[in-house]
Ligand binder design. Structure first.
Ligand code: ZN
Length: 119
């Protein structure tokens, strides 16, 4: 069986077994962070099933699964917690720079337009 045939067979198997395929994908994704399903579930439980930043619940990824993203310190590799997609992207856009995030908070509280009373 060549690569094309194997790929076709795998696609067909995934289409016939969507729940198992989603489980395999999930285990692969967790393994990337050194997590098991059990550790993910412990984090999920500690966070009461919501994003560690905004508190929003997890959103469905597709009809077979939903998730909060695993947030990892990219310097140390340590898992920090579980985040919704928006908060995970926000940290990424801020390059995880705490000063940038603090300046953003200050900006929201004291933006020049508000100080000058532009409406
Ligand atoms: Zn969030």
């Amino acid at each position: 069986m060549d690569w094309t045939q194997k790929n076709k067979y795998a696609k067909e198997w995934r289409a016939r077994h969507p729940v198992q395929a989603a489980l395999i994908d999930r285990r692969k994704a967790l393994k990337k962070y050194g997590l098991t399903e059990e550790l993910y579930n412990k984090l999920f439980e500690v966070q009461k099933g919501v994003c560690a930043i905004c508190g929003n619940p997890q959103r469905p990824v597709n009809k077979f699964r939903s998730k909060l993203s695993v947030d990892q310190d990219h310097e140390t590799g340590a898992v920090r917690g579980l985040l919704c997609c928006d908060c995970n992207i926000m940290l990424g856009h801020a390059k995880e720079n705490q000063s940038t995030l603090l300046f953003a908070i200050n900006y929201l509280r004291n933006s020049p337009g508000v100080i000058l009373e532009y409406k």
